[in-house]
Design a protein around this ligand. Structure first.
Ligand code: C2E
Ligand code: CA
Ligand code: CA
Ligand code: CA
Length: 279
């Protein structure tokens, strides 16, 4: 029994050691990339499906490592969150997105909206509101064209803090949307109290809309919920015409997905917008 114990103990130690070392390595590499300005932001257009015209974009972070490979955000964002790096990186993404927003407005796309992802650690940081206000005043981006995407789980961790912070954000005129809606089990009474502007249907529920079976009953339910709460709704990960038509049938008119556009560098986005939606 003793031998067995020792071997299982060393097994876990080795395994965890490797994982922790890998995480620490990635954290150092990420910090270096941030400091050496090797992170960048891409923008995925959001579309009004009825007119096929772009109405805004979501800012998404990209990291190309020393070997020239893209590290997926799903891998490095958790490390940025865990290490606290997300506070500085997130502020930089927010400022970059605000600068791009005002640039697009100056090019004549005056109603264009910009959505930015905000992590829990960023949101609950005591200086978050200050950095948000500073981003708006420094860039002169209009607050009502900026939208912050938060997740449902943030509503569950500390509802009091969240409600207070959201109140300040709304006073600035900045919009709030709930990202990946439906994946986080937040209560409906919560949702009403939070007074958000938009729900974002997670890609997983859009994916269920296909020829084989699923009529997208969860997506439909979220659209109906948004209608009864009188808030906006957008679907992410729309890849097929069937999905677009089905969502429009439900009453969801906003979409983001490969059917319309992949995330684009800032120069590609400007060129794409200048060409118009039919090109
Ligand atoms: P998310 O916020 O749910 O972002 C949507 C993800 O779906 C993006 O992946 C986008 O490229 C992808 N996507 C959009 N349309 C389609 C489609 O039609 N098909 C498929 N298969 N995928 C589609 P990405 O850029 O890899 O980002 C992954 C996640 O990383 C994001 O999920 C978000 O949670 C996080 N993230 C990205 N940038 C930031 C950031 O600046 N700050 C924070 N806190 N998180 C970020
Ligand atoms: Ca998002
Ligand atoms: Ca999302
Ligand atoms: Ca998602």
């Amino acid at each position: 029994a003793k031998a067995h114990q020792r071997s299982s103990h060393s097994y876990f130690t080795v395994d965890m050691g490797v994982e922790i070392r890998e995480r620490v390595r990635m954290m150092h590499a990420l910090r270096a990339a941030f400091e050496n300005e090797r992170l960048f932001v891409v923008y995925q257009p959001q579309i009004d499906m009825r007119t096929q015209s772009p109405v805004g974009a979501e800012a998404l972070l990209r990291w190309k490592n020393e070997e020239g490979q893209f590290v997926p955000p799903d891998q490095f964002i958790p490390i940025a969150e865990y290490s606290g790096l997300i506070v500085d990186i997130g502020e930089w993404v927010l400022r970059s997105a605000c600068f791009e927003l005002i640039h697009l407005h100056n090019l004549g796309f005056t109603d264009f909206k910009m959505a930015v992802n905000v992590s829990q650690a960023q949101f609950s940081h005591p200086l978050f509101l200050q950095s948000l206000e500073r981003a708006l005043t420094d860039t002169r981006a209009p607050a009502n064209c900026l939208e912050l995407e938060i997740t449902e789980s943030m509503a569950m961790n500390d509802p009091e803090m969240l409600i207070k912070t959201l109140h300040h954000i709304k006073q600035l005129g900045v919009q709030i949307s709930i990202d990946d809606f439906g994946t986080g089990f937040s209560s409906l009474s919560h949702l009403q109290k939070l007074n958000v502007d938009k729900l974002k249907i997670d890609r997983a529920f859009v994916n269920e809309i296909n020829d084989k079976s699923g009529e997208g009953s969860i997506a439909k339910m979220i659209v109906q919920l948004s209608q009864s709460l009188n808030i906006k709704v957008i679907a992410e990960g729309v890849e097929t015409k069937l999905q677009a038509d089905t969502l429009m049938g439900f009453g969801c008119h906003l979409a983001q997905g490969y059917l319309y556009a992949r995330p684009k560098t800032q120069l590609d986005l400007r060129a794409w917008l200048a060409q118009g939606p039919d090109h």
